[in-house]
Ligand binder design. Structure first.
Ligand code: SF4
Length: 183
């Protein structure tokens, strides 16, 4: 039997940097470095959907967690995640090892340890929007992204416990193990 029966679940853009908001891609396609050890060890990869590309397409602006914090978007995340959670559950029930889940720190959706706060939106052409001030208020701080929160809740509801890992959105070279007690 050739299969390794080990699976790593990864955020979409780590296997397809083309999904990033323009111009945030840091590589042409696959972010090899954080995944290299798993790939070389024969671990299979399950790619999550990119919630932003699914919901907003490729002409979207960069947004913050406050902007994605909306019941309808969370519902959409849960709908996107259901078939993936079904797959993960099927693998786990069949005795496959889920070696981890890799998120993208800094993302308003896929952040594991940190996410992006601040800009609250509005009509950008209106003088009262005060875009420079809104841009200046963008911060990165502790917290999970919206999609990650829904994913972890979905895994929890199915009693699937997986190790968490993160890469940094602006420099996804290193894979960092995340202590769930502090994430
Ligand atoms: S971090 Fe998440 S939401 Fe952002 S581009 Fe990657 S997969 Fe999409």
């Amino acid at each position: 039997m050739k299969r390794g029966k080990r699976i790593l679940v990864v955020c979409h853009c780590l296997l397809n940097a083309n999904a990033k908001v323009v111009p945030l891609a840091t590589c042409p396609g696959v972010c090899m470095e954080p995944l290299r050890a798993s790939i070389e060890a024969g671990v299979g990869l399950v790619q999550l959907p990119c919630p932003e590309t699914v919901a907003m397409g490729m002409r979207r602006f960069g947004m913050t967690k406050e902007q994605y914090e909306h019941a309808a978007f969370r519902r959409q995340c849960r709908a996107m995640l259901e078939p993936v959670l079904d797959q993960i559950q099927a693998f786990a029930a069949a005795g496959y090892e889920i070696t981890g889940l890799v998120g993208v720190d800094g993302s308003p959706n896929c952040g594991v340890r940190t996410t992006c706060f601040g800009y609250e939106g509005g009509e950008i052409s209106a003088p009262e929007s005060n875009i420079p001030e809104q841009l200046a208020n963008i911060t990165f701080g502790p917290g999970q992204g919206v999609f990650m929160e829904e994913l972890l809740a979905g895994l929890g509801a199915r009693h699937i416990d997986v190790p968490l890992f993160a890469v940094e959105e602006s420099n996804p070279e290193q894979l960092v193990a995340v202590d769930r007690r502090t994430s």
